[in-house]
Design a protein around this ligand. Structure first.
Ligand code: COA
Length: 150
């Protein structure tokens, strides 16, 4: 593994993103941990109100975080790290970069959701300063809602 580099991902990385998503989704401990993005959501990821930061090992996309902005509210709409790159801080770093951009864009609060059994996700959001708000549902699946005030 070379030094991991981080940058905003544009549309030219759409295929690399799909490849990473398929790898991660295929290896999920529980399919309910990550509800797949629809085609419309995939397309929207590259628009101005979305912050999409990728992690690269040389030219290979190995992780990303996505934050969607609506008014002055942000929504952490997912993170994935390729299995062999986990535990190296990639999710935290991609998210921190999204958060810095969100703050500059006037975002005051970011919400995040995690499946109650998705320990990596729950620990990750808490480690990044999120506070648990309530139990909720997302697409019929249980979720914990977290909030981070910027
Ligand atoms: C969740 C996921 C993105 C974490 O990616 P990662 O790059 O390994 O995470 P990081 O290395 O940045 O870890 C950040 C923090 O999360 C927590 N964490 C990450 N993986 C963990 C695990 N397997 N068990 C417990 N805590 C974990 C830790 O608190 C960690 O901080 P620390 O290393 O200082 O203890 C990754 O496991 C993944 O892609 N999972 C499948 C997709 C998914 O469930 N995404 C989240 C739902 S949106």
């Amino acid at each position: 593994m070379s030094e991991i580099k981080y940058k905003i991902i544009g549309r030219k990385y759409a295929d690399a993103l799909k490849h990473l998503m398929m790898t991660v989704m295929g290896a999920l401990e529980n399919p309910a941990f990550f509800i797949p993005y629809s085609n419309a959501e995939m397309n929207d990821m590259f628009s101005d109100d979305h912050i999409l930061v990728g992690a690269f090992d040389d030219k290979k996309l190995v992780g990303f975080s996505l934050v969607v902005m609506v008014g002055n509210i942000g929504d952490w709409d997912g993170s994935m790290t390729a299995p062999e790159y986990r535990g190296c801080g990639i999710m935290s770093e991609t998210f921190r970069r999204c958060m810095a951009i969100a703050r500059k864009s006037g975002i005051k609060k970011i919400f995040a959701r995690a499946h109650p059994d998705n320990i990596a996700s729950i620990n990750g959001v808490k480690k990044n300063g999120f506070i648990e708000k309530e139990k909720t549902e997302w697409d019929g699946q249980p979720r914990i809602l977290f909030e981070l005030v910027l």
